[in-house]
Design a binder for this molecule. Structure first.
Ligand code: ATP
Length: 231
């Protein structure tokens, strides 16, 4: 179980999150929804070790991992696919992948990455920055997949992409989940996120406004909460 327990966090003197708790059971897909500025990205930054909270704890199987670096957390199986993808544009697709492989496992890692998105296999020598936004997102996802994560933190991975690419990405997320990974999914596409998810947390103005199983959710009410900016 990966869990955020009573997280309070912000930037400088500004508090963005107040006492936020989110649980990601083993193998579950958890959607984190909420209007712009609610604090979703901030929460993922805390979860991945990029931002130190001022209160609360990040827990992995009951162990306190709040102060771990993103690198150390990913080595323990909790990997972040950040907003904006984080690929190295001036490196080739191959080098983007190999850079994160353990020494001696490069060939095996490349092969695994390419099974996630076969079209990357045709582009191993291309500079990542010259690929389309969708292909760069696939590269970022393949790079995470290669590391065999247990928990994947995904920040708006479908943002700005064409519907067919979004389909491919959600098919990949379904595969990742079927292989046993837990997913914490920040998504702008509420319907797609709810189709993929087992549990949903709604964040509004830095606090959890709703938490439950997807089967319990009144989608219309949730959508209304968005349109109204929530309360
Ligand atoms: P969006 O969907 O618009 O990305 P979000 O729910 O992910 O929204 P956050 O990006 O977490 O929200 O932002 C929450 C609040 O924190 C906003 O008011 C934002 O302006 C503020 N914020 C985000 N990043 C920083 C930063 N680096 N420094 C200061 N304030 C920040």
């Amino acid at each position: 179980m990966f869990a955020l327990d009573g997280i309070t966090a912000g930037y400088g003197g500004t508090t963005v999150l107040r006492d936020v708790s989110v649980r990601v059971p083993d193998g579950a897909v958890v959607a984190l929804l909420g209007p712009n500025g609610a604090g979703k990205t901030t929460l993922l930054r805390v979860a991945s070790g990029l931002l130190r909270p001022t209160g609360g704890r990040v827990l992995l199987d009951g162990a306190d991992v709040t102060t771990q670096t993103p690198h150390a957390l990913c080595a323990r199986g909790v990997c972040h696919v950040p907003e904006g993808r984080g690929v190295f544009p001036s490196l080739t697709v191959r080098d983007n992948l190999v850079l994160l492989s353990k020494a001696g496992t490069e060939a095996e890692s490349l092969e695994r990455a390419v099974t996630a998105f076969p079209r990357l296999g045709e582009r191993l020598n291309q500079l990542a920055g010259t690929m389309s936004g969708g292909e760069q997102q696939m590269l970022a996802l393949a790079r995470t997949y290669m590391q065999r994560p247990r928990v994947v933190l995904l920040d708006e991975v479908s943002m700005g992409l064409a519907p067919t690419i979004v389909d491919e990405i959600f098919a990949f997320l379904a595969r990742l989940s079927a292989e046993g990974a837990s997913l914490l999914l920040v998504e702008q596409y509420v319907t797609r996120a709810l189709e993929a998810a087992d549990f949903v947390f709604l964040l509004n103005r830095g606090q959890i406004a709703f938490a439950g199983e997807v089967g319990e959710v009144d989608v219309a009410a949730l959508a209304a909460e968005y349109v109204g900016g929530g309360r």
